[in-house]
Design a protein around this ligand. Structure first.
Ligand SMILES: CC(=O)SCCNC(=O)CCNC(=O)[C@H](O)C(C)(C)COP(=O)(O)OP(=O)(O)OC[C@H]1O[C@@H](n2cnc3c(N)ncnc32)[C@H](O)[C@@H]1OP(=O)(O)O
Ligand SMILES: CC(=O)C(=O)O
Length: 537
C-alpha cells in the first residue's frame, strides 16, 4: 500500500492528476517506467492530492510502475491511484482478473471507468442497462470490501445525460450507493461548452446528492472552462493533466485550473508555497515527455507575461498590474519586455533595466534606440527573437555609437566545391585583427556556415580561450519578402550556449552566408561579453 498521505490539505476538494494515465494517451507521448516515476515525483512535489499512475494489468509497464512507485517514492502530498474498468458483464467482480490486477497493484485508491451512456452500454459493452448498473455496484462494493477508496469515472456522461438523463443519473446513484467516494462526470468526447456543463452538474448534484468530480477533454478548446464551470456548480474533485496532455487534443490543463482555483477562487488546493513552483514543474514535465513546452501556455509559458506593445510598456512602467492579470512571481514565471518595431521609449527603458543597463532617464538616448530598432526591423532584423543582438545594439548606443568589440574583421570568404561524385567540400577563410595581431585562419565544415564558424573559432580561440565553451545550438533561416516587390532578403537567427545560458543573435542580408556571418559575429561578441571579457578600446 502507498505511504500515508501527509499533505496538510483537507479532503474537501481534490486535485486529481491523470497525466500518467490519460496524458499518456496523447499521440507522440511514450513513457518508460523511469519517465513515469520522474513525472510522479514532479507532481507530488507540486502538491496534487492524487496521481493516477496508469492501468495495472493492462500492460507490463503500468504494472511495474505501481510496484516501483510504492517502493521508490516517498510521496509527501499525493496518493497513488490505479485506474481500471468495472467487471465484465455476466461475471463476478471477485473473479475478474482485471479487477484483481487493480487490487494487486497495492494502490489505496482505485478509479473505475463505468459506462453511463445507454447507447454505449448496448453497443460497446453489448449488455443490458440493468447489468451495467450491476457491474458498477458489484465492482465498487468488492473494492470497498477490500479496503480501497473508490472513485468512479462515468464515461460519456454528458452525451449520455442528453440521450437518457434518468439512466445517466442511475449510474451515478449506483456508484455512490455502493460506496464510491466521488463520482466523476466525464466529457469523454470533449464536445461540451461551459454553460451546458454547469447546468448538468448542478442538476445531477441536486438529484443524486453524490459527491461529484469533473473530467473534461479539450475538443472544443473549453476543457479548462468546463472544469471551472463544474466547480461553480458544486463539483469538488477536478481531474486534469500536466500541460493539458491527453487523448486527441488533450485534457483540462492542470496548471491553469489550479492557478484559477488558488488565485481567482481563493481555494487552497495546493500545500503552502507550491504554486510558485508551477512554471518550473510544467517545464520539467515537458522535458521528461520530450515535448517542447508551449511558449504561449497560460501562466507558465515563457510568453505568458511577455509584453510587446509600446503602450503596454508605458503603463507597465508605472505599475505592472495595469497590463497583467496576476503577478507572474505567484506562479514562478517572470515578466519580460520584448523589443520590436512596436516598442516605444518605455519598452526600451524597461528592457534596459531587465538587462542591468542604466539608461539614466536619457530621453534622447532612449529615443535613438527606439529609432534604430524600428529602422533595423524594417530591413528585416527581429529583436524580440534576438535578445543578444538587441543588447549589443543598446550598448553601442549607450557608448555613443561605439560597439563592444573584441576583433575587427578584415574579410571572410566561403567556398563550396561541387565534386564529380556528387559530394561537396566546404571551406572558409577568415582574416581579422585581435589585440593588435593580424590572424588568417582557414577551416573546413559540413556546410559553408559551419566552415565559417570553425574558421572564426580557429582565428580567435588562442586569444580568447573562453570561446571554447560556446556551442551553436540552433540555426534558423527565413526568406523575407523584399520591401520593393520581388527582391528578397534572408534572415538568420542563431542560438548559442556556453553551458550555463543561451542567447540568440540575428543577421539580415540578401545572401544567406552574409546574414549568417553577421549572426555569428554577434554570437561570439556576446559570448565574450557574457564571460566578462573587457572589450578592446
Ligand atoms: C475514456 C478513456 O480514456 S478510458 C481509458 C482507456 N484506456 C485504454 O484503453 C488504455 C489501456 N487499454 C488496454 O490496454 C486494453 O484496451 C485493455 C487491456 C484494457 C483491454 O484489452 P482487450 O481485453 O484486448 O479488449 P479491447 O481493448 O479490445 O476492448 C475492451 C473491452 O473492455 C470492455 N469495456 C469497455 N469499457 C468497459 C467498462 N467500463 N466496464 C467493463 N468493460 C468495459 C469492452 O466492451 C471490451 O470488451 P470485449 O473484449 O468483450 O469486446
Ligand atoms: C475516463 C476518461 O478518461 C474519459 O471519460 O474521458
Amino acid at each position: 500500500m502507498t505511504a500515508t498521505h501527509t499533505s496538510e490539505l483537507d479532503d474537501s476538494f481534490h486535485v486529481f492528476d491523470t497525466t500518467l494515465r490519460d496524458g499518456a494517451q496523447r499521440e507522440g507521448i511514450n513513457l518508460t517506467v523511469a519517465d513515469k516515476l520522474a513525472i510522479a515525483r514532479h507532481l507530488d512535489d507540486f502538491g496534487v492530492g492524487f496521481i493516477e499512475g496508469g492501468w495495472p494489468g493492462a500492460n507490463p509497464r503500468d504494472t511495474e510502475f505501481f510496484a516501483r512507485a510504492q517502493q521508490e517514492i516517498e510521496f509527501r502530498h499525493a496518493q497513488l491511484v490505479a485506474f481500471g474498468a468495472t467487471r465484465r458483464a455476466g461475471a463476478k467482480a471477485a473473479e475478474d482478473p482485471q479487477v484483481k490486477a487493480l487490487l494487486d497493484s497495492g494502490a489505496d485508491v482505485i478509479t473505475l471507468v463505468a459506462k453511463s451512456h445507454d447507447r454505449h452500454v448496448e453497443l460497446a459493452l453489448r449488455t443490458t442497462l440493468d447489468e451495467n448498473l450491476e457491474m458498477v455496484r458489484d465492482t465498487v462494493a468488492h473494492l470497498r470490501a477490500q479496503g480501497r477508496r473508490v472513485f468512479v469515472d462515468c464515461e460519456h456522461f454528458f452525451d449520455g445525460y442528453r440521450a437518457n438523463p434518468e439512466y445517466a443519473k442511475s449510474v451515478v446513484r449506483a456508484a455512490s450507493d455502493a460506496g464510491a467516494d466521488v463520482v466523476i462526470l466525464c466529457d469523454t468526447n470533449g464536445g461540451m461548452l461551459p454553460a451546458q456543463v454547469q447546468a448538468v452538474v448542478a442538476t445531477v448534484l441536486a438529484d443524486t446528492g453524490a459527491r461529484l468530480g469533473i473530467h473534461t477533454q479539450d475538443d472544443t478548446g473549453c476543457a479548462v472552462a468546463n472544469t471551472l464551470a463544474a466547480v461553480d456548480a458544486g463539483a469538488t474533485h477536478v481531474q486534469c493533466t500536466a500541460n493539458g496532455y491527453g487523448e486527441r487534443v488533450g485534457n483540462a490543463n492542470l496548471f491553469p485550473v489550479v492557478a484559477a482555483l488558488e488565485l481567482k477562487y481563493g481555494k487552497k488546493v495546493l500545500p503552502e508555497g507550491r504554486l510558485r513552483e508551477m512554471t518550473r514543474i510544467s517545464h520539467a514535465i515537458a522535458e521528461v515527455v520530450n515535448l517542447t513546452p508551449s511558449t504561449h501556455q497560460p501562466y507558465v509559458g515563457v510568453s505568458a507575461f511577455a509584453h510587446k506593445a509600446g503602450l503596454h510598456a508605458s503603463a507597465i512602467k508605472v505599475d505592472p498590474d495595469l497590463y497583467q492579470h496576476i503577478d507572474p512571481e505567484q506562479v514562478g514565471n517572470t515578466m519580460r519586455m520584448l523589443v520590436s518595431d512596436m516598442a516605444g521609449r518605455a519598452s526600451i527603458e524597461l528592457k534596459g533595466k531587465e538587462l542591468g543597463i542604466d539608461l539614466g532617464g536619457d530621453r534622447e538616448l532612449v529615443g535613438r534606440v527606439v529609432e534604430r530598432v524600428k529602422e533595423r526591423e524594417l530591413k528585416g532584423y527581429t529583436y524580440e527573437a534576438a535578445d543578444a543582438s538587441f543588447e549589443l545594439l543598446l550598448r553601442t548606443e549607450v557608448q555613443g555609437g561605439k560597439p563592444p568589440r573584441y576583433f575587427q574583421v578584415e574579410s571572410w570568404r566561403a567556398i563550396v566545391e561541387d565534386r564529380p561524385d556528387g559530394t561537396h567540400a566546404n571551406e572558409a577563410t577568415v582574416k581579422l585583427w585581435a589585440k593588435g595581431e593580424r590572424i588568417v585562419a582557414t577551416a573546413e565544415g559540413n556546410g559553408p556556415v559551419n566552415a565559417l564558424d570553425r574558421a572564426l573559432r580557429v582565428a580567435l580561440e588562442k586569444i580568447y580561450p573562453q570561446l571554447a565553451k560556446l556551442d551553436l545550438v540552433d540555426y534558423k533561416v527565413r526568406i523575407l519578402e523584399g520591401v520593393h516587390g520581388t527582391q528578397s532578403t534572408t534572415r538568420v537567427l542563431i542560438s548559442t550556449t556556453d553551458g550555463t545560458g543561451e542567447w540568440s543573435t540575428v543577421g539580415v542580408a540578401e545572401n544567406v552566408i552574409a546574414a549568417s556571418w553577421q549572426a555569428l559575429e554577434d554570437a561570439y561578441t556576446y559570448g565574450l561579453l557574457r564571460a566578462g571579457v573587457a572589450p578592446v578600446e
